[in-house]
Design a protein around this ligand. Structure first.
Ligand code: IDC
Length: 341
């Protein structure tokens, strides 16, 4: 009798360990082919010429969503929702937009805690996660360079050698800020600092003109390995002209990463542009270029993928999609989007 009780206790303890350590999650992942693009299978991402590859050198395409500014829209970023996006939508990456200004990190340094919380959820879920230093109205990344250095030093030390974490060191330099004289020198200070802590981490570098002039970066690339250059577009406005810049850059053998794009006009609103978005997605799929959609939020603007919501307790993503959300859900896990043109 005693023996049986001991045996039952052991079984209960074992079951609890399995449930609480996420072993079930990883067993599930091992059997689920769709999830081959997650971190446990791919490890540290590497750049080989224009290609983004996994630890074995096979090309990989990341697809996922960006938060809106986490100083405003972070309630929806939790374990349950990110797991849903991973399992039902097929995302393999999530981007955390840490605004510097507009009530962001420069005013509220404790937003760092929120960043850490989201990184930890992403790691638990086996997702790649981008820590985006979201400069915007502060045009020039050098304006808050000292804060950026402290921030990236701390985060890359904390997540030393963790393959999930990708660093985006300046969202969109703009308004005349130059690649050669402003952004490149900034990157040359921030990159070694991150790499001293975590030498294999992938780093995304914003480019001049709201992260569009990737051709200029391609003419004067950084002298570091494992760097991808950010190109951002909004389908309501950007088209062939920008795609040509991407092809120019790829021909110069640098790697391009769409760390932000939206289905709307560049102001984040003004309707959704499906046909133009399909054209873009086909272009990116053909070139295996990774992309992140703006934004996982319920702001009342066309680019937000959730419709405005006021009952967070019973939140269910798929019942609350905006037209942008309905569209993004259909394209995120399909290699080729039907181009009706
Ligand atoms: C927009 C938001 C909008 C907000 C504005 C200013 O969608 O709600 O009022 O920022 O904070 C970008 C930027 C991104 C913009 C987005 C759409 O990286 O912060 O978000 N956009 O305008 N670059 C091009 C477009």
């Amino acid at each position: 009798m005693k023996k049986e009780i001991i045996l039952i206790c052991i079984i209960i303890v074992l079951i609890s360990i399995i449930l609480f350590t996420g072993v079930i999650d990883s067993i599930y992942l091992n059997f689920n082919k769709e999830n081959n693009n997650l971190v446990s299978k791919n490890g540290f991402l590497k750049v080989e010429g224009k290609d983004l590859t996994n630890k074995r050198g096979d090309t990989i395409q990341l697809k996922g969503l960006s938060s809106h500014g986490i100083q405003w829209y972070s309630d929806m970023i939790n374990y349950k929702n990110l797991k849903h996006l991973r399992d039902e939508w097929g995302i393999n990456v999530f981007r955390i937009a840490l605004y510097t200004l507009e009530g962001g990190y420069i005013y509220k340094p404790n937003l760092k805690e929120k960043v850490i919380e989201i990184i930890d959820i992403a790691i638990e879920l086996n997702l790649y996660v981008i820590v985006d230093w979201h400069i915007l109205s502060d045009n020039n990344p050098n304006l808050y360079k000292e804060q950026a250095k402290d921030f990236f030093n701390e985060i890359s030390l904390k997540y030393k050698n963790i393959p999930n974490v990708i660093y985006e060191i300046c969202n969109e330099p703009n308004s005349g800020v130059s690649w050669d004289y402003d952004i490149k020198p900034y990157a040359e200070e921030i990159i070694p600092l991150i790499r001293n802590n975590s030498k294999k981490s992938l780093i995304i570098v914003g480019t001049q003109n709201w992260s569009q002039d990737v051709d200029i970066a391609a003419d004067n690339p950084l002298d570091f390995n494992n760097i991808v250059y950010a190109c951002h577009f909004y389908s309501g406005d950007h088209d062939e002209e920008l795609r040509k810049k991407i092809d120019y850059a790829l021909n110069k053998n640098i790697s391009i990463f769409i760390s932000e794009w939206g289905v709307s006009k560049p102001d984040g609103d003004g309707g959704i542009h499906i046909e133009e978005s399909n054209e873009w997605i086909n272009f990116l799929d053909e070139r295996n270029i990774s992309w992140i959609n703006w934004s996982f939020s319920d702001k009342k603007e066309s680019s937000a993928i959730l419709s405005y919501y006021n009952n967070l307790e019973h939140y269910n993503i798929d019942d609350n999609l905006s037209p942008a959300g309905e569209y993004i859900k259909t394209i995120i896990n399909t290699k080729k989007t039907n181009n009706k043109k």
